[in-house]
Write a protein that binds this ligand. Structure first.
Ligand SMILES: Cc1cc2nc3c(=O)[nH]c(=O)nc-3n(C[C@H](O)[C@H](O)[C@H](O)COP(=O)(O)OP(=O)(O)OC[C@H]3O[C@@H](n4cnc5c(N)ncnc54)[C@H](O)[C@@H]3O)c2cc1C
Length: 500
């Protein structure tokens, strides 16, 4: 049995995906049973965007055992309570997608039904009054979720914004300190076993050769091994997610960082704003079919709130995914496995998802097809659920009239999504599969924000008088307002944790 064990893993690429994979492998491979080598090219560099995360980042940070204070200091990170969407349902519209849960701790899904019932009865309260996370974000405050499940503070949820370059460098130090070897050079030659087609060796422009049993392709959008060599094929999703370019530009920080990302819709796409400790990250995501790079750049630069610190950097991409992310002895993690688009900051989550599945299916040298098939099935389901969530944002934009948005409003959405929307409007229920990434609160926030409304609620609520339902909601609203008032400011909490 032991001679079938992996002896060496080679990671191609040193961006966020490469160093996250290296750090995770270094952590679980202790004491070392196999070698881990990472090769990256200074000449090619990394994509250098990807600065906003979602709460699943805590899984990864816990896995590798990162200290939160050190992580915040090293990556110039801030806390992220969610995303504010501006203009997505017409100029002047705005809504918040919080990471925490709605209602009181014990409410679970029933909160949505209570609120829908009250609304159908004419109650004026906004659902945002029932989200502690939203209330904290709007007041520029922050607090971590309480571990006591009965505390109103347990409904809070958060992630981070961080500097992508500093994060990769931080993970590099972590991985190298635990035995991962780094090699620099541009891979120009890829050799395969003549019978199995397995990749056996990568050789750089300087002639350095790296042999391995398992190759992790973290080479970015180009997918050098998974596509360049193994021709996995690409499933194009641009008919659902039409943006294909981004311009990224950092600007000076002009005020205390707010604890959330902002995504502002424009005629031809949308703009992100990500506050860090030392600067603000900005970018414009747009469709090259409806605007040119110069127009996109001038709208981006006109909408910065501080002085630009560089020229806007153009990134071209195609939305979609690799048909198989695990093929033979190559596993694609990160942009090499596909890219949806950054609207809900999900790429780093999908990197983690790939890492988690790789660890649980970690193969022997023969990389059995059943492991690859299972990886592709479960990873594929994760990507599809994220896709549907993103498509929902684009398709439900009735308040916008420009050609890009009109086209999105008319598209035929994926079947699962259409069924989810129908179910909600008829019954107030948000139907999810057990392992779907975005849960009820996320869907509810975005459904409300994008103007979807339910015409009924769970009939079991009729066991309670309508007035009692209203009284209960009133108490919860007060409890949340009181709790929000006790939280420290985001800046103060950040300083406390970083010791700055
Ligand atoms: C516009 C935009 C905004 C984004 N915003 C977010 C966000 O807010 N949140 C989020 O989670 N994600 C975001 N993402 C995605 C995120 O940037 C990526 O998931 C993340 O940076 C991982 O990239 P990567 O490591 O796969 O690729 P890259 O950073 O491109 O790294 C590729 C690596 O491969 C190496 N390489 C390539 N070819 C060779 C070769 N021939 N020889 C040697 N080395 C080679 C390169 O040197 C580099 O080290 C965004 C992406 C885009 C395009």
């Amino acid at each position: 049995m032991s001679d079938r064990r992996i002896r060496k893993v080679v990671i191609l690429g040193g961006g966020t995906a490469g160093w996250m994979t290296a750090a995770a492998l270094a952590k679980v491979n202790s004491p070392p049973q196999f070698e881990v080598a990472l090769i990256e090219s200074d000449e090619i560099g990394i994509i250098g965007v990807g600065e906003a995360t979602i709460p699943t980042i805590h899984w990864f940070n816990r896995l590798v055992g990162l200290d939160e204070g050190e992580f915040l200091r090293e990556t110039k990170a801030t806390f992220k309570l969610g995303i504010e969407f501006v203009g997505w349902n017409g100029e002047g519209s705005r809504y918040f997608h919080p990471f925490g849960r709605y209602g009181a701790p014990a409410d679970a899904q029933m909160f949505f039904h209570r609120w829908i019932r009250a609304q159908l009865g004419g109650a004026p309260d906004s659902h945002t009054d029932f989200s502690l996370t939203t209330q904290a974000a709007m007041a520029g405050k922050f607090g971590p979720p309480a571990t006591d499940p009965n505390s109103i503070f347990s409904t809070l949820g958060y992630a981070y914004h961080f500097d992508a370059g500093l994060y990769a460098a931080y993970l590099r130090r972590f991985a190298e300190a635990r035995g991962v070897t780094r090699h620099e050079g541009k891979v120009e030659k890829v050799e395969q076993h003549p019978e199995t087609g397995f990749i056996t060796r990568l050789t750089t422009h300087r002639g350095e050769a790296l042999e391995g049993d398992l190759f992790i392709d973290c080479s970015g959008l180009r997918g050098l091994l998974i596509e360049g060599t193994l021709k996995a094929g690409f499933e194009d999703w641009s008919h659902w997610l039409p943006c294909d370019r981004a311009l990224a530009v950092p600007c000076e920080r002009v005020a205390d960082p707010i604890p959330y990302t902002r995504a502002t819709a424009h005629a031809f796409g949308w703009q992100w704003r990500i506050p860090l400790q030392h600067r603000t990250g900005n970018g414009m995501v747009y469709s090259s079919h409806v605007t040119g790079d110069d127009e996109a750049a001038s709208v981006l630069l006109a909408n910065l709130d501080g002085k630009a610190l560089a020229d806007p950097r153009l990134i071209r991409f195609q939305t979609g995914r690799r048909k198989a992310s695990w093929n033979k002895n190559v596993v694609a993690i990160g942009l090499s496995s596909g890219f949806l688009e950054p609207l809900e900051s999900t790429s780093i989550h999908l990197i983690q998802s790939g890492i988690a599945k790789l660890l649980s299916l970690f193969p022997t040298r023969d990389c059995p097809e059943e492991a690859a098939a299972q990886f592709n099935r479960v990873y594929g389901a994760d990507v599809e659920s994220v896709r549907d969530f993103l498509v929902f944002h684009y398709s439900r934009t009735e308040g916008r009239t420009e050609p890009l948005w009109r086209q999105c409003q008319q598209m035929k959405v994926p079947e699962e999504l259409a069924s989810k929307e129908g179910h909600f409007t008829r019954t107030g229920r948000i139907v999810l599969s057990t392992d779907e990434l975005f849960r009820e609160s996320s869907w509810f926030a975005v459904m409300m924000g994008q103007g979807l409304r339910a015409s009924d609620y769970n009939p079991l609520l009729d066991t309670m008088a309508a007035a009692d339902n209203l009284a209960y909601l009133g108490q919860v609203r007060q409890q949340i307002a009181k709790a929000a008032a006790t939280l420290p400011s985001h800046e103060e909490y950040l300083r406390r944790l970083t010791g700055s």
